[in-house]
Write a protein that binds this ligand. Structure first.
Ligand code: ADP
Ligand code: ZN
Ligand code: ZN
Length: 751
């Protein structure tokens, strides 16, 4: 037999299968990882096809072929369906197959750094009466005790035994040699943190809305097909719908994947699944240790765990019989990968469920414009849950015009109404959440006399002041792009004046003002700065969840999916923050954030109130968010996109060039621009489909000392433009030592 192998080396030169002889005694299958000779090197690779000797590709003499060196696992690491998927992504992203195959494996598996963990086990030998034998061991109390511990006939980990009997190894060896016990080695799977504290729970009585939604989806699930967009308002009980579908899927003997935006922010979600499905649940995300990730991956691959909860990359979980994929909060940007090869997890999910015969559920209270438009077009079946669980009302939202606050002499970042509502909420002993999508203390430092703005030396961005609330320390200026820090200036570096002023507020400032206004109230702040440690999220959320703090202050981290029954007040400190972003999705982001964060209030028996502070109280997307009227927002935004020819009506693509020297970046961008223009002009079919080609400095001109230029294209997604996109993708190979070129199609951000 001959194995066709893709070697695990990312280079276009080797992006084709190589042929190797399979030695007689070697057991192989498609998808197995193998070690093979390549030139003078030994490299890893994947078997992508097996051929019989007489199917040999022409021009390849059998005598010259080298044999496979060895197989690396005893099973196929890449399942057949995943191999097809890897090929499809490689084609779409115009990149080598070896690169997309890497997406399918835990990183530590490829490096070979990770070992299985084997534990020693002891159990009573067949037919041995433990008590009788123990009594004979009069001189050896350790042995007697061990025999009694093993009396139940079950295997016990030696590490567990040693908790009771100190240093049991010698005694065990003697018992083993006497034939009284058996020693063995068994693999143990390293479990993710928290896996041990599961409390089994059962499903509550489903609400009418939940039953309706399930009724619409379960028939397709049973037939192994269908793609749904589940649009359910915040607090409508969508999680319970997922749980029920997963239960149904397990009953069919199939597995499920549930994607969540960021696992650290949704520890509650994992808990719900563990409590319902116990060890059938596996989690996959980047905060696991290498060992935990490898073991969870193998528990899935070997079929021990058939319910996978995870972040974006869990979409590649090696479930053999896939029945269901749920994407929670489908509108989140985190589902678009920002690393090469780029992919959209929603797209992969669709491809997997179609190929493997499963059902796809995209779910959100604020679906992306793209997904909702697709549902209208019939690509997804729309299922709606318009009411909260148990007829709880949606929270009442009040918009506060911050321009009037200034006029009324209130210079605080809290409006008078918000202060009053906070006071009432604290007096009632309930909890509040304050949302501001900016971290740090002040976000903008400038000179009042000459207008100088303090910027990062390496990036074209203004610096943010970070200062721990309540401390008398001047703090540090920090760049949110590269992390560079410096001391805040006291006089203007430009004109020498001492009128340096600090503007703009971040979460630290909110915390400080909160302490000034309510000295006795305990607060918890959640932003990137307070959540660096591995368990930081869980700790902070725990502190708030258990009521040790009354107010949770945070960035968009606190907008997602949290379910705290005692929260009755939500304050949005500055609703317009995201509106001013230079991105066609700014309106969509703003609507989503406000609606989501508002949805954290009043989720249990007490009703919720939301105060939205803004300088643009008439902005239609803020108004729609205040009404929590998704349809109204969708119609408005959809027409705006149509009129302005923005996605989903068109697509945006760009070639980004980065270089240490500005002229290099600019010249390269000009060269790319010329090539693209020439290509378009010489292909008349494309000309009609391309709306815009422009060469410019990128919106952020410099990052980490790299000057940035881009060639921006707006074009229709059409068969005619495919060759242009391929050309652009190939041009990224022109990258050289002093110029990096990236091709981005509909990127998550366009800085
Ligand atoms: P969503 O994700 O739609 O915002 P969740 O799934 O978080 O909503 O559910 C909101 C709250 O309602 C949770 O506290 C959940 O435990 C509760 N809940 C969900 N379904 C039921 C039910 N059938 N009966 C009682 N409580 C429920
Ligand atoms: Zn100045
Ligand atoms: Zn910087």
């Amino acid at each position: 037999m001959i194995a066709q192998v893709i070697v695990d080396v990312v280079h276009t030169n080797v992006d084709k299968p190589f042929s190797y002889l399979v030695p007689q005694e070697m057991n192989v299958a498609v998808g197995m990882r193998v070690s093979v000779p390549l030139g003078r090197r030994q490299v890893d690779g994947y078997i992508v096809q097996l051929l019989l000797d007489d199917q040999l590709p022409v021009g390849l003499p059998l005598e010259k072929m080298r044999p496979l060196t060895k197989v690396l696992d005893e099973y196929s690491a890449i399942l057949p369906a995943m191999l097809e998927l890897a090929k499809e992504i490689a084609e779409d992203a115009h990149c080598p197959l070896a690169e997309t195959l890497r997406l399918m494996l835990p990183p530590a598996m490829r490096s070979g750094r990770i070992q299985r963990q084997m534990d020693k086990y002891a159990e009573l030998a067949d037919g041995v009466n433990a008590e009788e034998e123990a009594q004979k061991q009069k001189r050896a109390p350790k042995r007697a005790m061990l025999l009694r511990l093993l009396a139940d006939g079950k295997p016990h980990a030696v590490s567990d035994l040693s908790q009771i009997v100190a240093n049991p190894r010698d005694a065990l060896k003697v018992l083993d040699e006497a034939g009284l016990i058996k020693l063995s080695k068994q693999e143990v799977f390293r479990a993710p943190d928290g896996a041990e504290n599961e409390v089994r729970s059962t499903a509550p009585k489903l609400t009418y809305g939940q039953k309706e939604a399930l009724g619409a989806m379960i028939p397709s699930l049973k037939e192994g097909k269908g793609a749904f967009l589940l649009h359910g308002v915040t607090g409508s009980g969508k999680t319970e719908v997922y749980l029920d579908m997963v239960r149904e899927t397990l009953a069919m003997g199939r597995g499920s994947i549930i994607l969540v935006p960021e696992i650290a922010l949704t520890p509650q979600m994992i808990r719900w699944f563990r409590n319902r499905f116990g060890p059938e649940t596996a989690v996959l995300h980047s905060r696991l240790t290498d060992g935990q990730r490898y073991d969870e991956w193998r528990r899935i691959r070997l079929g021990y765990a058939r319910v996978v909860v995870g972040a974006r990359s869990a979409i590649f979980a090696p479930i053999e019989k896939l029945g269901l994929i749920v994407i929670d909060e489908e509108h989140e940007q985190t589902y678009l990968s920002d690393k090469h090869p780029r992919y959209d997890a929603r797209h992969i999910a669709m491809s997997r469920t179609m190929r493997e015969g499963g059902t796809l559920v995209l779910s959100s209270a604020t679906p992306s414009i793209l997904s909702f438009a697709m549902a209208r077009r019939g690509d997804y079946t729309l299922v709606e849950m318009p009411d909260r669980v148990n007829e709880r009302p949606l929270p009442e939202v009040t918009i506060v015009d911050m321009r009037h606050e200034l006029e009324a002499g209130n210079r605080s970042i809290f409006s008078i109404l918000l202060i009053q509502k906070l006071k009432e909420c604290m007096d009632r002993g309930e909890q509040a959440m304050l949302f501001l999508n900016r971290r740090g203390f002040n976000t903008f430092i400038s000179c009042r006399s000459c207008g100088y703005v303090v910027k990062c030396e390496q990036c074209d961005l203004s610096l943010t002041l970070h200062r721990e609330p309540g401390k008398n320390d001047p703090g540090k200026l920090r760049c949110h792009m590269c992390g560079a820090e410096k001391a805040p200036p006291t006089i203007c570096p430009e004109c020498g004046s001492k009128y340096i002023r600090f503007f703009g507020s971040g979460t630290q400032r909110v915390e400080e003002e909160m302490h000034k206004l309510f000295p006795s109230v305990k607060t918890v702040r959640m932003d990137i700065d307070t959540t660096r440690g591995r368990d930081a999220h869980a700790k902070l959320l725990g502190e708030f969840g258990e009521g040790r703090a009354q107010v949770l202050i945070g960035t968009q981290m606190i907008a997602k999916g949290l379910d705290f029954p005692r929260v009755t007040l939500v304050g949005v400190i500055a609703a317009d923050m995201t509106l001013n972003l230079p991105d066609y999705r700014a309106q969509e982001r703003t609507f989503q954030l406000i609606t989501q964060v508002a949805g954290r209030a009043g989720r249990a028996d007490s009703s919720g109130e939301v105060i939205v502070q803004t300088y643009k109280p008439d902005n239609p997307c803020i108004l729609a968010a205040a009404d929590q009227d998704y349809r109204a927002f969708f119609e408005m935004e959809f027409s705006r996109r149509r009129a302005g020819l923005y996605p989903p009506f068109t697509m945006l693509a760009r070639m980004l060039v980065e270089s240490e020297r500005e002229v290099d970046a600019k010249e390269m961008a000009e060269r790319l621009y010329e090539t693209i223009q020439t290509f378009i002009l010489s292909h008349p079919a494309q000309k009609k489909r391309v709306l815009l080609v422009r060469m410019d400095e990128a919106p952020v001109k410099r990052i980490r000392g790299q000057h940035r230029y881009h060639v921006l294209l707006k074009l229709f997604d059409h068969a005619d433009t495919a060759p242009l996109l391929r050309l652009m993708s190939e041009m990224s190979n022109l990258s050289n030592d002093h110029c990096k070129i990236y091709c981005e199609v509909n990127p998550a951000t366009m800085m």
